[in-house]
Design a protein around this ligand. Structure first.
Ligand code: GLV
Ligand code: GLV
Length: 325
């Protein structure tokens, strides 16, 4: 008998085909957004689940699923998992590291450049028919090349952004992280470790690439924004909630920083109306990993974790490997 699994959102048909070779698959092909209670009901009787980052997996949603052994998240971030609760129930969690690193770093850099050079603001101006003449200071922005790139959270994606800045754009790279990189990695990224306050005060362009947790909640709030240069820009490709969006909107409105590029938001897909009202912000709907090959690679890795674990007893990228013992 094939183990029953749940695929909680619509995903690539070819991935569903693969999963069906090994599992009895319940696929949310209609891509409905389920409440917690609906998700809990769907998990009942399942051995595994394929999630996409938005589905909360905690004691409540697992309450009716004593046979659940694995939840494979199609995302590198897994703040939708209550990992201690999963470990306690001996449910393995997996994510999709590495396959999205370079693609996400590309997008972080795209947001940085779009923000520094006021790309969307100027496009809105053009589309509105307001471009009637040249003027010496029209949409003058900030240079990227040669500027100081600050990175908060120096994981794989942070390092990818650092490499792009240092090697492609001659930027001076500084970073802050819970732990310092190994000297060889620091040299490869041409990155200098600094304290958080120095990072905030010195960066011309600050990029946030740290995971969301209780510790990183509102790591950038009014006090941190106040330390930044009025000419600086801020980019967030990590998670909503790392930045206090209301404080950020106020800083942008009052010109206390020059601009922001945001791919993630507190309470997304809702975006705080204060952010929608300020012009000097580039907004995107959580798409940093969204290229055709990378989204396929993420789905494949999540599927391979389900097959690897439930069929062969060997997951590829476990988050709580202690449940394997
Ligand atoms: C996307 O946000 C991810 O965590 O992969
Ligand atoms: C996080 O996992 C990262 O790759 O930066």
């Amino acid at each position: 008998d094939k183990p029953p699994i749940l695929v909680a959102r619509a995903i690539f048909p070819e991935i569903i085909d693969q999963l069906q070779q090994h599992f009895e698959v319940e696929h949310n092909q209609a891509d409905e957004l389920w409440s917690k209670q609906q998700l809990a009901a769907k998990l009942a009787g399942k051995a595994g689940a394929f999630t996409t980052g938005g589905e909360r997996i905690d004691a409540e949603t697992m309450a009716n699923a004593p046979g659940l052994k694995i939840v494979a998240n199609m995302a590198v971030g897994y703040n939708n998992f209550d990992l201690p609760a999963m470990t306690q129930r001996r449910v393995l969690g997996t994510n999709t590291p590495d396959v999205l690193t370079e693609t996400t770093a590309d997008f972080g850099f795209a947001l940085l450049m779009a923000t520094a050079r006021r790309l969307t603001e100027s496009e809105h101006f053009l589309r509105a028919g307001r471009w009637t003449r040249w003027s010496y200071d029209m949409f003058s922005g900030r240079d990227v090349h040669g500027a100081t790139l600050g990175i908060l959270g120096m994981g794989r994606i942070g390092q990818g952004i650092a490499r792009r800045g240092a090697h492609g754009f001659g930027m001076k790279v500084i970073y802050h992280n819970r732990s310092r990189l190994a000297p060889q990695l620091e040299a490869e990224c041409k990155a200098r470790y600094v304290g958080k306050e120095e990072l905030l005060k010195t960066a011309d362009h600050l990029v946030l690439v740290l995971p969301y947790s209780a510790e990183s909640h509102h790591v950038i709030g009014a006090a941190e924004l106040a330390l930044m240069k009025p000419t600086a820009t801020l980019v967030n490709v990590a998670r909503g909630g790392i930045v206090d969006d209301v404080a950020l909107a106020a800083a942008l409105r009052e010109g206390r920083i020059a601009g922001a590029g945001l791919d993630v938001f507190e309470g997304e897909p809702q975006v705080h109306p204060d952010l929608l009202k300020v012009p000097n912000v580039v907004l995107s709907p959580h798409i940093a990993s969204a290229t055709v090959p990378t989204r396929m690679a993420m789905a494949q890795l999540a599927a391979d974790n389900l097959i690897g674990f439930l069929v062969h007893g060997k997951p590829l990228t476990p988050l709580n490997p202690e449940v394997l013992n």
